[in-house]
Design a protein around this ligand. Structure first.
Ligand code: UT7
Length: 332
């Protein structure tokens, strides 16, 4: 038995923040952002009182409706978020309440930008163990809540978005999640961190003055590790599963920087047409980036049943890894 994605949705807030508008906020320009990062625009949830859950609730409601799933049928619900609504209750609890899901083991995971792969692998484990049958994994990311819009080195990078997937068992072992290699190497902790808001640096005048509620990133260090760790695990999973270039139909990585995506593609050796990439229009939506890119590709008619997709992710931690996913019949 394998775990397959049988439904997939995503949601982006209406407001589009362009490079030109950003150029009026900080000392940057469209040319720098486009050539160094590959982003032209990103969607932003403007409502200051709406949290990440507001980005996942529409996606989950649409998923339930499109797949014909009744809320009471959902037996497990896992939410990945780098920007949870609160420290507690979980964002999963808030989303489930809004969607009338009341019979699921619902909880959050925190794996930063690798959240989708960690989430899907966890759902896969539950399905293969026979524990749950209808699992919703969702990704809820109001990244704009941790971005300092006076810091030109980070504010062009991130966008807001949410995604949801229904994961169910399939008897066809040639479909669904085939394998995953996922790791966390805490040696990267200090290089990509949001210092305040947890139990070490509780909110105070000092954390506000020092801007510790905003993302800190050592860009170059993170860049190098993102490329190394995603290519390393992509190679590892292909070797482990005796896969050659010809076996891979699509490569879809975390959407943090077009140059990182290109580097991973070049290492794997596939042509540009095989790469699923939407960073230009969406930016980095943390854990939501891979499912939003996958769903967009599916809506464009690119993905077909049986396609072999190589997924790779990287995020704070450093969390990282790769997965081989065989596309199944999926309601989009
Ligand atoms: O999702 C989590 C994982 N995150 C990532 O994977 C992100 C990884 N890192 C990156 O994508 C890149 O390192 C960045 C996009 C963050 C930065 O790109 P870079 O090519 O590494 O630039 P840099 O930080 O080395 O800066 C190069 C120059 C600097 O100027 P000087 O010192 O050479 O005069 C910066 O001050 O670019 C300058 N710069 C900018 N210029 C215009 C930095 N940000 C900007 C900007 N506009 N927005």
């Amino acid at each position: 038995m394998k775990a397959a994605i049988t439904g997939l949705t995503h949601y982006l807030p209406d407001y589009v923040l362009t490079n030109d508008e950003l150029s009026q906020m900080v000392d940057t320009n469209d040319e720098w952002i486009t050539t160094r990062v590959g982003i032209k625009e990103r969607h932003i949830l403007k409502d200051p009182h709406a949290g990440s859950s507001a980005l996942a609730i529409p996606a989950v409601k649409e998923l339930l409706e499109k797949t014909g799933t009744r809320p009471e049928e959902v037996d497990c619900f896992i939410c990945a978020s780098s920007a949870p609504d609160y420290r507690w209750p979980s964002t999963a609890a808030i989303i489930c309440d809004a969607c009338d899901i009341r019979h699921a083991m619902a909880y959050d995971i925190q794996a930063a930008c690798s959240g989708f792969l960690f989430n899907l692998n966890q759902a896969r484990a539950f399905i293969e163990a026979g524990l749950y049958k209808k699992i919703i994994i969702c990704q809820a990311e109001k990244c704009s809540s941790f971005v300092d819009y006076t810091d030109r080195s980070t504010c062009p990078l991130f966008g807001d978005g949410g995604a949801a997937a229904l994961v169910e068992p399939t008897d066809d072992d040639s479909l669904g999640v085939q394998d995953a290699v996922l790791y966390t190497n805490g040696a990267g902790n200090e290089h990509l961190i949001l210092k305040a808001g947890g139990s070490v640096n509780v909110p105070s005048h000092q954390t506000v003055d020092d801007k510790w509620s905003y993302i800190y990133q050592d860009g170059r260090y993170v860049f190098k590790n993102a490329v190394t760790m995603m290519t390393q695990t992509a190679g590892e999973i292909m070797q482990k599963n005796n896969l050659t270039l010809e076996d891979i139909d699509w490569v879809c990585t975390h959407q943090a920087n077009k140059r990182i995506i290109d580097a991973v593609r070049q290492y794997v050796g596939v042509s540009e047409e095989k790469v699923i990439c939407n960073i230009e229009k969406v930016g980095n939506t943390s854990s939501a980036s891979i499912p939003i890119a996958l769903h967009t590709a599916a809506q464009e008619g690119k993905l077909h049943k049986g396609d072999t997709i190589l997924l790779a992710a990287f995020g704070s931690g450093f969390t990282y890894g790769s997965m081989i996913l065989k596309w199944a019949d999926c309601v989009i």
